[in-house]
Design a protein around this ligand. Structure first.
Ligand SMILES: [Zn+2]
Length: 298
């Protein structure tokens, strides 16, 4: 937001204040003095001497650091908070900073994959797992996935939000920042996902347990599992009290039913089918192969 009318004088950001630079940007009460040449090389829309940006100062901060500090935002071998990735996506797309958008998307492709096996691995491994509460930060992607043309991440974005209780969701700043139509769309899609997830999980009600090693114990545990929900997508989680034969059975059935559910998630949330989404993802990657090399700062 542009706060140029505020009584508080804007503050320079020390790590983005180059005394010999020739352009000053002002966004949300912060000012950044940077080299026009670098920005011009990357973004034709920002080649002006002095400009008030209408953007959030935090977004501008992350974007400029990603441009001016080569080590600030690297490939997915390095990990970054999802809020930083989203800030950079928002402005790299808006100002057409192609090399940064490409890098952001490689991060997002890892966090929100298009294959069930990758998503299942993601949910049951510690690699790429979000920090506690980081799921709360991904709501902006519901809209950004559409507006920045990377819809293929949206099925996984929706599923990663699926187990967030509504009572928590309604308190979140990121949720309240969505506009009414986005909220309505999300809630309708969520209901559709949950309803279909329940159908895909029906197998639990009649497990085949001919080889079960401890019927009383496993029966009791199955009853307990029925009350749960997230186990349907996280087959390694809650099975510690089952015998080995039942664990194996559950794992196979969970993967199979998860695959079945995953196959139709794009339809549940009103997107094109997986083939179309995966084609778009491939096209995006190929488009940047030739233009992946970024110019260096002076
Ligand atoms: Zn058993």
């Amino acid at each position: 937001m542009d706060s140029s009318s505020s009584c508080v004088p804007p503050q320079g950001v020390p790590e983005l204040w180059f005394a010999d630079a020739d352009v000053v940007f002002h966004a949300g009460g912060k000012i950044f003095r940077v080299h026009r040449g670098i920005l011009s090389a990357r973004s034709p829309k920002t080649a002006v001497t002095r400009i008030n940006l209408p953007d959030d100062a935090t977004d501008v901060y992350h974007l400029f650091l990603a441009i001016f500090d080569a080590g600030y935002f690297e490939s997915p071998l390095s990990k970054y908070p999802i809020s930083v990735i989203i800030s950079i996506l928002r402005l790299a797309h808006k100002y057409d900073v192609a090399f940064l958008k490409r890098r952001v998307v490689t991060h997002l492709n890892q966090l929100f994959p298009t294959e069930w096996t990758d998503f299942s691995d993601l949910m049951s491994s510690k690699i790429h797992k979000f920090q506690e509460g980081e799921e709360h930060e991904i709501f902006p992607l519901l809209a950004l996935g559409e507006t920045t043309g990377i819809q293929w991440i949206l099925p996984a974005v929706n599923l990663r939000l699926l187990f967030l209780p509504l009572s928590v969701l309604f308190q979140l700043e990121t949720w309240n920042a969505l506009d009414t139509s986005q909220k309505q769309k999300y809630l309708v899609n969520r209901e559709e996902c949950i309803e279909n997830l329940v159908h895909c999980g029906n197998w639990l009600w009649s497990p085949s347990r001919e080889s079960c090693l401890s019927v009383p114990q496993c029966t009791a545990r199955f009853r307990f599992l029925r009350a749960g929900g997230s186990w349907k997508l996280r087959p390694t989680g809650p099975m510690c009290c089952l015998c080995d034969a039942c664990k194996q059975h559950m794992r196979e059935k969970a993967l199979e039913s998860g695959q079945q559910f995953w196959g139709d998630v794009p339809l549940y949330i009103n997107l094109d089918d997986w083939n179309t989404l995966r084609d778009a993802k491939d096209r995006f990657s190929k488009m940047f192969i030739a233009s992946a090399v970024a110019p260096s700062p002076p």
